[in-house]
Design a binder for this molecule. Structure first.
Ligand SMILES: Nc1ncnc2c1ncn2[C@@H]1O[C@H](COP(=O)(O)OP(=O)(O)O)[C@@H](O)[C@H]1O
Ligand code: SF4
Ligand SMILES: [Mg+2]
Length: 368
């Protein structure tokens, strides 16, 4: 079970404690199969702060995001948002307390926009669902939001297919912002865009954060990007958090062996630490420490004792029996200044970007 500090600076806008989301994969009784997509995640996001969430494909990042925004009902644990316990909120309370104040931006803006709705109608939809404003006020708000994200208000008459990928993502962001949320969950928001457009969208998100005081949970597998945009970074592996640290400390002085592996990817090839084997199935996670089958410094007790996430230095939490032991190679000439696009392997970012099913967050109480 994960415990304690993953503390955000200032008052947290969101706090999750020991959050789990398990999916039933069929079978009955003893043969019932359960996939532990998220298991014992505790985290906090401060107002106006960005928490980056990184991890390999399948580590549970999207499931964390969807559980926090209550598209999924947590299997266990609690979620507190803007001071309210929203773990079991439903109906009107879910609409009022969660869907209006927490919004999601998706990886693929093309599939999250209805091709049959003009952009103006798509943007106004959340306002209609929440009963905000009359038709004229909604039109004004739509125009304001389009300009806020750098689009001409006259584009409201167009359809999504008439826009470029970057413009569509700007609409996705405008739609997320239209009900005046305090927290945006951005799930790989730039992964399907060209590198030059990625930078524009990242800069836009940064400007909006400063202007509107937004908090972000920024989900990505792009290590250079997460380092660039996050105040703190949470590292996920097989449904669990391995480390939560300030972004710069995580990359210059990682404490968890898995973080060291990730940080070493920023160094020259010969200094990189490649973990053994493949990521195990979340249906049959290793006993004890889930990273032990790939950890270069695993010991016998790592197979029997699960390390809890615990604070080992101010603002730094690690789930490892031997934090700080696996170090970056100091003989490396230093961290390479990488452009946005460094991923978990040397493969191009496009190979990493898994097609995922996406869609708008319903502003209703629909959930799984
Ligand atoms: N709705 C679902 N039903 C069953 N399994 C799921 C579902 N969503 C995700 N999973 C599984 O949970 C694990 C974590 O998935 P996901 O949260 O999408 O990871 P990530 O976003 O880090 O790639 C994966 O093994 C995935 O196959
Ligand atoms: S607990 Fe053991 S196996 Fe797990 S990361 Fe730490 S040293 Fe490695
Ligand atoms: Mg995902």
């Amino acid at each position: 079970m994960s415990t304690e500090n993953t503390t955000a600076a200032g008052e947290p806008v969101l706090r999750a404690h020991d959050l789990a989301k398990h999916f039933s994969m069929g079978g009955f009784g003893r043969s019932r199969k359960v996939l532990r997509a998220v298991d014992g995640v505790s985290l906090e996001i401060g107002r106006g702060q960005t928490l980056g969430l990184v991890g390999e494909s399948g580590s549970g990042k999207t499931t964390v995001g969807r559980t926090l925004i209550r598209l999924y009902r947590p299997t266990s644990g609690t979620v507190e948002f803007e001071g309210r316990d929203i773990t079991t909120s439903s109906g009107n309370r879910l609409r009022r307390d969660v869907r209006r104040r927490m919004a999601m931006v998706f990886q693929n803006p093309s599939t999250s926009l209805n091709p049959y709705l003009r952009l103006g109608e798509a943007l106004a939809e959340p306002l209609v669902v929440h009963g905000i404003g009359n038709a004229a006020e909604r039109r004004t708000r739509v125009g304001e939001m389009m300009e806020l994200v750098g689009l001409d208000a006259s584009m409201a008459q167009r359809y999504p297919q008439e826009l470029s990928g970057g413009q569509r993502q700007r609409i996705g962001i405008a739609r997320a912002l239209i009900t005046d949320p305090s927290l945006i969950i951005a799930d790989e928001p730039t992964a399907s865009l060209d590198v030059s457009v990625q930078a524009q969208i990242v800069n836009l998100l940064g400007d909006l954060q400063r202007e509107l005081g937004l908090a972000y949970l920024f989900i990505t597998h792009d290590l250079a990007l997460v380092r660039h945009i996050s105040h703190r970074v949470a590292v996920m592996y097989l449904g669990r958090l391995m480390e939560v640290s300030p972004a710069e400390s995580l990359f210059t002085e990682p404490l968890h062996p898995y973080s060291t592996v990730l940080a070493s990817m920023h160094q020259e090839r010969e200094h990189r630490i490649v973990p053994r084997g493949d990521i195990p199935s979340p249906m049959t996670p290793p006993s004890g420490c889930v990273f032990r089958t790939r950890c270069p410094i695993a010991r016998e007790h790592c197979a029997t004792q699960t390390p809890p996430l615990r604070e080992v230095a101010p603002g730094r939490s690690v789930a490892c029996h031997h934090p700080g032991e696996l170090k970056l190679d100091r003989s490396a000439s230093g961290v390479r200044p990488e452009p946005v696009g460094v991923t978990f392997t040397d493969e191009p970012a496009t190979r990493q970007a898994r097609p995922v099913s996406v869609g708008s967050v319903p502003h209703t109480s629909e959930e799984k």
